[in-house]
Design a protein around this ligand. Structure first.
Ligand code: UD1
Ligand code: CA
Length: 486
């Protein structure tokens, strides 16, 4: 087929939304309404896409920087909007699709079908219609005795008989470009002073030209969003479609009704999404991950087999076999290594955790780089803010941060170092050293006096397991119990 283009009308005020935000920027499944329209047109293979802006044009143009736009000032109706849009359509284009920015659920195959009907059927215009239970507010498709379309009559101009017609104009058309160019400027003004695009249908039919009609097989996808009630209904529909697509691809969604997945989210096979979960933005969930119940993951990557249970993860990357939650918050900029355990009421921000590190029980780690197999005890805090700037905490591999430790950043805790319960650490701790107290000072390891000199500090897990105190590999219950060596 020869070159095709689409004009998307989005200059109207959208008064019924009662919003300060332009209607086409209102989000649906995490993306502006207009994005859905443009993506569907692109998926239909329509090369050139132009958006007609007007009311709220600055905001719309800022949000869609790389999409060609034309301003319509003032907004004199849909025919006038198309006349403006044609200015940005290359002259070689033979078929022009016109559709509305506030009709966001139309699937790509419907645009393709409409194009084919116009081009291959040698119609001057092909229009999309739908049979709906409540046609009020829409233009009605009026047919003659032979069943051919003779006109579209707007709701406000319709007599009672025409109001009874349940076949409505969706507002989506495909025109023969040359005819559209020649005729769009000659539409007469309506009584209200607006120029109706719909008048072109009567003009074509009256001139003996062919008007084709494609009736939408799923009328519920043709709704125009004029107010927030319709917006919520469209959201529900779109969410159901998205969940169904993932389930058909091998994802378990335990309760689609309470699961909210944005359009751009990717989910691997055999992942399980538990009830009350919200996956938003550019989130990627790997195979066999378990998310929820009641988890929120935004713009993050979650690795294979990782569990995110009743927790919030934002703009972070989580590797495989990690366990998060319940009730933890990973704020933007976290990178969590394989097999980490992040427990109840833990908060992290701009933090890297190496493989196998554990951070259980109401602790805060921010602006930190933490090595592998580190234990961060209950209540430990990186004091990263000195009142003016954020400072960095570095914790080496195998370090053991005892319960209730305060790490006053900037600070470095060497590999294998330990801090005692309640330590307030204000100076760097060398590798393998133990500090206790407030402010924390070094002590020699004296746990087993006879071999204290010879033995290096043990990894915390070994000690805990030998002591038989923590059978579930959950060793952060305490720090070294020794008194300070002062
Ligand atoms: C329009 C159709 C109607 C159809 C309905 C489907 C006309 C005259 N009527 O009515 O037959 O059933 O859509 O949803 O076309 N716009 C501009 N510039 C303007 C006016 C509007 O760009 O000067 C844009 C709006 O932003 C909107 C679209 O065109 O995206 C439709 O305008 P709207 O006022 O919502 O028309 P409807 O009354 O819904
Ligand atoms: Ca509308």
């Amino acid at each position: 087929m020869q070159a095709s283009a689409a004009i998307v009308l989005a200059a109207g005020q959208g008064t019924r939304m009662r919003s300060r935000v332009p209607k086409v920027l209102h989000p649906l499944a995490g993306r502006p309404m207009l994005t859905h329209v443009l993506e569907s047109l692109a998926a239909a293979g329509i090369e050139h896409r132009v958006v007609v802006t007007g009311s709220g044009a600055d905001a719309v143009e800022a949000a869609f920087g790389d999409v060609p736009t034309v301003r319509q000032e003032p907004q004199l109706g849909t025919a006038d909007a198309v006349r403006c849009g044609l200015r940005r359509i290359p002259s070689g284009v033979r078929h022009v699709v016109v559709t509305m920015g506030d009709v966001p659920l139309l699937p790509a195959d419907l645009f393709r079908h409409l194009l084919r009907q116009q081009a291959e059927g040698e119609a001057t215009v092909a229009l999309l219609s739908a049979r709906v239970p409540d046609p009020s507010g829409y233009g009605r498709v009026v047919r003659d005795a032979a069943g051919s379309v003779s006109a579209i009559v707007e709701d406000r101009d319709a007599d009672d008989a025409t109001r009874g017609v349940d076949e409505v104009n969706v507002g989506t058309y495909c025109f023969e470009a040359a005819w559209l160019r020649a005729n769009v400027g000659s539409v007469p003004a309506s009584p209200s002073g607006e120029y109706y695009l719909t008048d072109l249908v009567a003009q074509a039919a009256g001139g003996g030209r062919r008007v084709a009609v494609v009736e939408a097989p799923q009328p519920e996808l043709t709704t125009g969003i004029n107010d927030r009630v319709a917006l919520a209904a469209a959201e529900r529909l779109l969410r159901a479609q998205i969940s169904e697509r993932h389930m058909r691809a091998g994802v378990t969604i335990v309760d689609p009704a309470t699961t909210w997945i944005d359009a751009g989210v990717e989910i691997g096979q055999d992942a399980r999404i538990e009830p009350g979960t919200v996956l938003s933005g550019a989130t990627v969930i790997a195979q066999d991950a378990v998310i929820g119940p009641n988890a929120q993951v935004r713009d993050s990557r979650i690795g294979p087999r990782t569990v995110v249970w009743s927790s919030v993860v934002e703009e972070s990357e989580i590797a495989e076999d990690v366990h998060i939650g319940p009730y933890s918050h990973l704020r933007p900029g976290c990178r969590i290594g394989p097999r980490c355990r992040i427990g109840n009421y833990a908060e992290l921000k701009q933090a890297t955790l190496g493989a196998g590190t554990q951070q259980h029980h109401f602790s805060y780690v921010g602006d930190a780089e933490v090595g592998e197999d580190v234990n961060i005890g209950a209540g430990a805090v990186t004091a990263n803010f000195d009142g003016e700037r954020k400072n960095v905490t570095l914790i080496g591999d195998g370090a053991f941060i005892g319960v209730d430790t305060m790490l006053r950043a900037p600070i470095t805790i060497g590999p294998g170092a330990r801090t005692g319960a309640g330590a307030v650490v204000t100076r760097d701790v060398p590798p393998g050293k133990t500090v206790v107290g407030m402010p924390a000072r070094p002590i020699e390891a004296r746990r087993r006096p006879r071999d204290a000199e010879a033995a290096p500090p043990e990894p915390p897990q070994d000690r805990a397991e030998r002591a038989g105190s923590v059978p579930d590999r959950n060793p952060q219950q305490g720090g070294p119990a020794e008194p300070p060596d002062v």
